[in-house]
Design a protein around this ligand. Structure first.
Ligand SMILES: Cc1ncc(C[n+]2csc(CCOP(=O)(O)OP(=O)(O)O)c2C)c(N)n1
Ligand SMILES: [Mg+2]
Length: 277
C-alpha cells in the first residue's frame, strides 16, 4: 500500500514531533541529523521498501542500512509507526538495559545492521547487493550516508567495488546537508563536488530535494536509473529541518530542547500543517 502525498506530509510532521519528544525524554539525541533525514525515511519506509513487520526476515525483503547511524531516532519513530515494535518502547530510549540505544543495533526489530561508526554502511550494503546478484535475488539495497561521513575512505572503496560489479540493485542516498559534527563539511574536510566524484566512480547520479516528498517518491521508485550502474541520489537537505531555530546550526547536531524550545518546536510543526510551504 502506498500513502498519498498528503498522508506522507502529515507523517513527516508527526515523525518530527515524535523524534523530538523521545529525544527530550531520553535527555540525549542527534537532533539535527534526524530532522534532516526524516522525510527520506518517511518516503522509503511507507512507499518504497518491500518489507513487512509480520515477516521481518523474509528473504526477498528490501534492505535499508542506515550508515549515518547517529540519526537513529528518525529510524526508531518510523519503525514504530510501521508496527515493528510498540511506540511506547521508545520511552526507554537510552535507558540502562534498553535495546533502544543511541545508534542502530540488530537487537531492535526491523534494523538490518549495527551502525554508528561512520563509513561502514556503504561497504556492507555493497556486500549485500553483491550477494543478492550472486544468489539471483531481486531485492534492492538502500543505504543512507551523511555528507560528512563521506570523508571516510572506506566509502570510496565501496563506491569503486559497487560500480565494478555493476550493482544496479544498490542505491546510496546522501543526506547532503552541508554540516557535520563540528561545522561545515566543506570546512572540516570537503567532500564536494559529490556528483563529480560518484560519476567518476561509475555511478548514476541524481540531485533531488531530500524534503520534497513527491520528488523522492518518484525517483526512489525508478531505481536503478541506469542498467548496470549503482545509483547515488544526492538528497539536498537542511540539518534541523522543520524547527527554525535548529536549522543549519551545528549546535543542534546533538541537543535536547528545553521546555520552552520544545513547545516552540511543537507549535511550529503543528502550524506547518495549517500553512504548508
Ligand atoms: C568513524 C566515526 N568517526 C567519528 C564519528 C563521530 N561523528 C558522529 S556524527 C559525525 C558527523 C557526521 O556528519 P554527517 O555524516 O554529515 O551527518 P549529519 O550531518 O547527517 O548528521 C561524526 C564525525 C563517528 N560516529 N564515527
Ligand atoms: Mg551532514
Amino acid at each position: 500500500m502506498s500513502l498519498s502525498m498528503d498522508d506522507l506530509r502529515i507523517k513527516s510532521v508527526e515523525y518530527r514531533k515524535k523524534l523530538l519528544k523521545y529525544i527530550k525524554l531520553a535527555g540525549a539525541g542527534h537532533t539535527g541529523g534526524s530532522l534532516s533525514c526524516i522525510d527520506i525515511l518517511n518516503v522509503l519506509y511507507n512507499n518504497i521498501l518491500n518489507i513487512s513487520p509480520e515477516l521481518p526476515d523474509k528473504p526477498d525483503r528490501d534492505r535499508y542500512i542506515q550508515s549515518k547511524g547517529h540519526s537513529v531516532e528518525a529510524l526508531y519513530v518510523v519503525l514504530a509507526d510501521l508496527g515493528f515494535f510498540p511506540e511506547h518502547d521508545l520511552e526507554t530510549l537510552c535507558r540502562y538495559g534498553s535495546h533502544y540505544v543511541g545508534h542502530p543495533t540488530r537487537k531492535v526489530k526491523g534494523i538490518e545492521h549495527n551502525t554508528g561508526a561512520l563509513g561502514h554502511g556503504l561497504s556492507v550494503s555493497t556486500g549485500i547487493a553483491m550477494a543478492a546478484k550472486m544468489d539471483g535475488n531481486k531485492y534492492k539495497v538502500y543505504t543512507l550516508v551523511g555528507d560528512g561521513e563521506l570523508t571516510e575512505g572506506s566509502n570510496w572503496e565501496a563506491a569503486l567495488t559497487a560500480s565494478h560489479y555493476k550493482l544496479d540493485n544498490l542505491t546510496a542516498i546522501v543526506d547532503y546537508n552541508h554540516l557535520q559534527i563540528t561545522g561545515l563539511t566543506m570546512e572540516v574536510c570537503n567532500t564536494d563536488p559529490l556528483e563529480d566524484k560518484f560519476l567518476a566512480f561509475g555511478w548514476h547520479v541524481e540531485n533531488i530535494s531530500g524534503h520534497d516528498l513527491e520528488e523522492m517518491n518518484r525517483f526512489f521508485r525508478e531505481v536503478p536509473l541506469s542498467v548496470g550502474k549503482p545509483t547515488c541520489i544526492i538528497a539536498h537537505t537542511v540539518k534541523g529541518k522543520g524547527v527554525s531555530y535548529m536549522e543549519n546550526k551545528k549546535r543542534w547536531h546533538h541537543g535536547v530542547p528545553d521546555d520552552e524550545q520544545f513547545n516552540m518546536a511543537m507549535e511550529e510543526l503543528d502550524s506547518s500543517l495549517k500553512f504548508p510551504e
